[in-house]
Write a protein that binds this ligand. Structure first.
Ligand code: PLP
Length: 385
């Protein structure tokens, strides 16, 4: 058994990030200014030239994306129950109604075959989540988008570096929201970025994300010395800062190397789990998995005890794990307010009951990975029926 606790997640930050952040602070441009603009340019280059706006978070991005797309009270937005609360909360913040559609039991992503049944004249948007970094079925979703003239807002919090038919997530013609939260594949501590293909919608998003002002802070203090601005809508304070962007620029430079490490670890985990009573992550042939998470499912009928027991055993063997996600319809707020109950989305519930997210991050050593594998195999062997 390993002697020290292996945390479930840890960001890959080093001297380069420290120096970049320190440099930003010394420049005195600590809020949104030139470094954020550079970060946006580099993100755009990474994503085949799509227009990018850096923001305070993925949640902020999805919120203003819905508003800028004209979605509000009376409108319905189709999304998945198998996600973090933010994906649904932003729909409520826009005043619209979330409509949940159960998942594909293989990938954990929204089941494209169940979406069309829930489309009606009030449906305005689909908000798919690329669970764990495995892209949702964008071919099917974009077909529905075009057939019913819907907006698609991709929750790509897990999907920085994911690909679909050899094209990166963020380049499939939809508004796409990335997260740079501490646990995500690329981090700025807190932060996010929004891809907005339509220039008019981008203008609205830009305005909504900075008080509804017609010009952003950088332009306000530019060479023209212009003090003038107008408020066009009551907007929000959702901008990224240069301190965050400084970290983000370093992380983006490291991203390919970090992704190679994630792929290596995921492959090692999958190979090492062979023969155990588990279902490793399923990967469709036309996708590039970003390996944000390694969602392992335990074959509960083959062991004594439940998922919580396995998590406890692993912790006792110094292995940290997590669970993604507690389905939306099992949380008290959505049950009380929206009448959801247990049994509404059986595939999401089944996935949740047996899921454990194993440690997977670039700074893990091969020895760390072997320790995870040993702990999982010892635990399951002890519990075998
Ligand atoms: C992390 C996460 C978010 C929220 O990202 P923030 O940048 O923290 O707002 C949204 N959706 C999913 C699926 C996430 O995992």
């Amino acid at each position: 058994m390993r002697e020290t606790f292996l945390p479930y997640n840890q960001p890959d930050l080093g001297v380069e990030e420290v120096e970049a952040v320190s440099h930003a602070i010394q420049s005195h441009w600590i809020t949104r200014a030139g470094i954020t603009t550079q970060f946006e340019t580099e993100l755009s280059e990474y994503l085949d030239g799509v227009p990018v706006l850096a923001l305070a978070s993925c949640t902020a991005g999805m919120h203003v994306a819905l508003l800028a797309s004209g979605i509000g009270p009376g409108d319905e937005v189709i999304t998945t129950p198998y996600t973090f609360a933010a994906s649904v909360n932003v729909i409520l913040h826009a005043g619209a109604t979330p409509v949940l559609v159960d998942i594909d039991p293989d990938t954990g992503n929204i089941d494209p075959n169940r979406i069309e049944d829930r489309i009606n004249p009030n449906t305005k948007a689909i908000l798919p989540v690329h669970y764990a970094g495995h892209p949702a079925d964008l071919d099917a979703i974009n077909t529905l988008r075009d057939r019913y003239r819907l907006t698609v807002i991709e929750d790509a919090a897990h999907a920085m570096a994911s690909g679909y038919h050899s094209k990166k997530i963020g380049t499939h013609g939809n508004i796409t929201a990335f997260s740079f939260y501490a646990t995500k594949n690329l981090t700025t501590g807190e932060g996010g970025a929004l891809v907005v293909p339509d220039p008019e919608v981008m203008e609205k998003v830009r305005m909504l994300s900075l008080h509804g002002m017609s010009r952003n802070a950088w332009n306000r203090y530019d060479d023209q010395g212009s003090w003038f601005y107008t408020i066009e809508v009551p907007g929000f304070k959702y901008n990224m800062t240069d301190i965050q962007a400084a970290m983000g620029r370093v992380q983006l430079k490291k991203l390919d190397a970090m992704q190679r490490r994630r792929q290596h670890i995921a492959a090692r985990l999958t190979a090492g789990l062979e023969g155990l009573p588990v279902i490793p992550p399923h990967i469709q042939p036309h996708v590039d998995h970003a390996w944000h998470l390694y969602p392992l499912r335990i074959q509960l009928d083959a062991i004594h005890g439940d998922r919580a027991d396995v998590i406890r055993d692993l912790k006792a063997m110094n292995i940290g794990t997590s669970v993604h996600f507690i389905p939306i319809h099992l949380h008290p707020y959505y049950q009380k307010q929206w009448g959801y109950q247990i049994g509404d989305f059986p595939q999401a519930e089944r996935f949740y009951e047996s899921e454990i997210s194993l440690p997977l991050y670039p700074t893990m050593t091969d020895k760390d990975v072997d320790d995870v594998l040993e702990a999982v195999s010892v635990t399951l062997a002890r519990r075998l029926r």
